[in-house]
Design a protein around this ligand. Structure first.
Ligand SMILES: N[C@@H](CCC(=O)N[C@@H](CS)C(=O)NCC(=O)O)C(=O)O
Length: 202
């Protein structure tokens, strides 16, 4: 299998961390230069018409995009260590936590960066800085929420490390582009959790 990734991009990083956490080997990484718009060329669009990375190209040539779908596929192929839930109950609750992070933290934060950071102008045109600032405020509400969650429990979805921690970690790391460091902004539980995740997964 081949995984199409790009340097410093948070969504491919989610899948790369998932692969590392599972100890999966043998997937070849293909580097895509999104700043040079390689992902908007016909060859790439044939693999994902949405022009987004990551993509997992299967050995039969089919291409799977969307980070969570790729993770679900890999979880099925490599069940251990389990990162997405062992039964219907656990699967549903882990998915809920993962989606809370993705929709209420990752998405506004990504918009904040895409619309405010000069380095993202090559991908996001036109940029609307005011919209970006409004999204940053929403993302900060979710940061407060997540810090509260992590004051009560060790991991985002509860008592063990799951895909929800990977999604949240990649998001918090991406927020460095806005000079966000949880510990320096009073989010001690979030910082301690971030350091534990960093120590656990390459
Ligand atoms: N929902 C998608 C989002 C993928 C995505 O937005 N990837 C970014 C890189 S992190 C991308 O391909 N950006 C290219 C662009 O904005 O043109 C997923 O979960 O994989």
């Amino acid at each position: 299998m081949k995984l199409y990734v790009s340097e410093r991009a948070p969504n491919p990083r989610r899948v790369q961390m998932f692969i590392a956490a599972k100890g999966i080997t043998g997937i070849t990484e293909v580097l895509v230069d999104i700043n040079a718009h390689e992902h908007r060329q016909a060859e790439f669009l044939a693999r994902n018409p949405m022009a987004r990375i990551p993509i997992l190209e299967l050995d039969d040539g089919r291409c799977l995009s969307e980070s969570r779908a790729i993770c679900s596929y890999l979880e099925g192929l490599y069940p251990e260590p389990n990162l997405m839930g062992r039964d219907a109950d656990e699967r549903a609750f882990i998915e809920m936590h993962d989606r809370h992070v993705e929709w209420y933290l990752t998405l506004p934060l990504a918009q904040a960066i895409r619309h405010q950071h000069p380095g993202l102008a090559v991908l996001e045109q036109p940029q609307f800085p005011e919209f970006g600032a409004s999204q940053q405020a929403k993302a900060m509400d979710s940061v407060r929420w997540l810090d509260g969650v992590l004051q009560r429990q060790p991991w985002v979805a509860g008592e063990r490390f799951t895909i929800a921690d990977i999604t949240a970690f990649c998001t918090i790391e991406f927020a460095r582009l806005l000079k966000f460091k949880p510990g320096e902004q009073g989010f001690g539980a979030l910082q301690a959790w971030r350091d534990r995740v960093a120590a656990q997964v390459p």
